[in-house]
Design a protein around this ligand. Structure first.
Ligand code: PRP
Ligand code: ZN
Length: 300
C-alpha cells in the first residue's frame, strides 16, 4: 500500500458557511494544516490526515464512493443526497457520526410577501423552485400534495420575481436573503446543522485506528465546548444542595481547606452552561469564592 493510501482524507466545504468552522474544529482536534497553492487540498503536517476542499454538494458522494473517509457537511445536503440515491435505487454508503453544532439553518418553503398563504393546501398545483428536489418531493408526497417542482441550481430566491415559480424551497439562516427578495418563510421542512459523515467502506486497521482517534478527539472538543469547570468553597453540610444545583455534573471533587474548619473546596465539570442565576443560587446555598472556567479539551 502506498503511503498516500494510508492517509485519511476528509472532505470539507471549499468556501461557504461551513468552511471556517470546519477548519477551526479540525485545528482544535490538534491537526496542523498546510494549504496547497490551488486551495483545493490541505496537507496534514503533524498527522496523516489530508483535506479535500470541494463544493458541499459533492461531499456525500465523495464519502459514499470512498474517495474520502470522512466529510463535514450540512445535514440538508446529506438528506438531499440520501433521497436522491434512494430514488435511483441505491443505498447511501455513509453514516452520520456526530452533529457538530454549527451551521444551523432551516430548509423552508417561502412565499412572496403579497401572496396569501393558507397552509399546505396553497401549494396544490403550484410551481415551487428549489435545488432540494428530492427532499421537497418527499415532503409533498408525505403530505399528499401534488405540485410542480422546478429545479434551480442556484439563485432560487429570484424565481418568483422572474415569474418562474409561485413558491421557493431553500435554506434559511438569518432570513436576510428572503427579506431582500420580498419573500417570507411559511413552512419549515427541516432543521439542519453541520454533521460529520463516515464512509461505510471497510478501512485498513491503521486507517480505522486513525479515524477512531480523530473521532474521539472530535467528541472531546464537542463535549468541552458545552462544558464549564466550576470551583467553589462551601460548608460540608451544604454539599447535597450544592451538588443538586450544579448543572449536568457528575461526582464533584471535594477537598478539605487547610485551617478552614468545616469548609471544603468543590470542583466540578458541568456539562451545560453555567448562568449567573445558577451562581446566585449556589451562593444562597452557602457557596463562596465561585469560579467558572472554560474547558478546552476532554478525554473520558
Ligand atoms: C443559502 C440559501 C440562501 C442563503 C440564505 O445559500 O440558498 O441563498 O443561504 O441565508 P440567509 O437566510 O442567512 O440569508 P448558501 O449560502 O448555502 O449557498 P449555496 O446555496 O450556494 O450553497
Ligand atoms: Zn450549498
Amino acid at each position: 500500500m502506498s503511503s498516500s493510501a494510508q492517509r485519511i482524507k476528509i472532505a470539507v466545504q471549499k468556501s461557504g458557511r461551513l468552511t471556517d468552522h470546519s477548519f477551526d474544529l479540525l485545528e482544535r482536534c490538534g491537526l496542523k494544516l498546510r494549504k496547497s497553492k490551488d486551495h483545493l487540498f490541505c496537507y496534514g503536517e503533524n498527522m496523516p490526515i489530508d483535506l479535500l476542499l470541494v463544493r458541499d454538494d459533492d461531499i456525500p458522494g465523495l464519502v459514499s464512493d470512498d474517495v474520502c473517509d470522512l466529510g463535514i457537511v450540512g445535514l440538508n445536503v446529506v438528506e438531499e443526497k440520501r433521497l436522491a440515491r434512494l430514488a435511483e435505487g441505491h443505498e447511501t454508503l455513509f453514516d452520520k457520526v456526530y452533529d457538530l453544532d454549527f451551521g444551523h439553518c432551516r430548509l423552508s418553503l417561502a412565499a412572496p410577501d403579497d401572496c396569501e398563504y393558507r397552509g399546505l393546501e396553497s401549494l396544490k398545483d403550484a410551481r415551487i423552485a428549489t435545488s432540494y428536489v428530492n427532499f421537497l418531493r418527499d415532503y409533498l408526497t408525505k403530505n399528499g400534495i401534488s405540485a410542480d417542482i422546478e429545479y434551480f441550481s442556484g439563485a432560487v430566491e429570484i424565481a418568483p420575481k422572474l415569474g418562474k415559480a409561485d413558491f421557493i424551497c431553500d435554506l434559511v439562516s438569518t432570513g436576510g436573503t428572503l427579506a431582500a427578495n420580498g419573500l417570507r418563510e411559511v413552512e419549515v421542512l427541516m432543521h439542519s446543522e453541520a454533521v460529520i459523515v463516515q464512509t461505510r467502506a471497510p478501512l485498513s486497521d491503521d486507517k480505522q485506528d486513525l479515524v477512531d482517534r480523530m473521532l474521539q478527539r472530535l467528541d472531546g472538543v464537542l463535549q468541552a465546548r458545552g462544558s464549564k469547570y466550576v470551583m467553589l468553597h462551601a460548608p460540608r453540610s451544604a454539599l447535597g444542595e450544592i451538588h443538586a444545583l450544579l448543572p449536568g455534573s457528575e461526582a464533584p471533587t471535594v477537598v478539605p481547606l487547610d485551617g478552614a474548619g468545616d469548609k471544603v473546596a468543590v470542583h466540578a465539570v458541568c456539562r451545560e452552561n453555567v448562568f449567573w442565576e445558577t451562581l446566585e443560587n449556589l451562593k444562597a446555598a452557602g457557596a463562596s469564592s465561585l469560579l467558572v472556567l472554560p474547558v478546552e479539551k476532554m478525554l473520558a
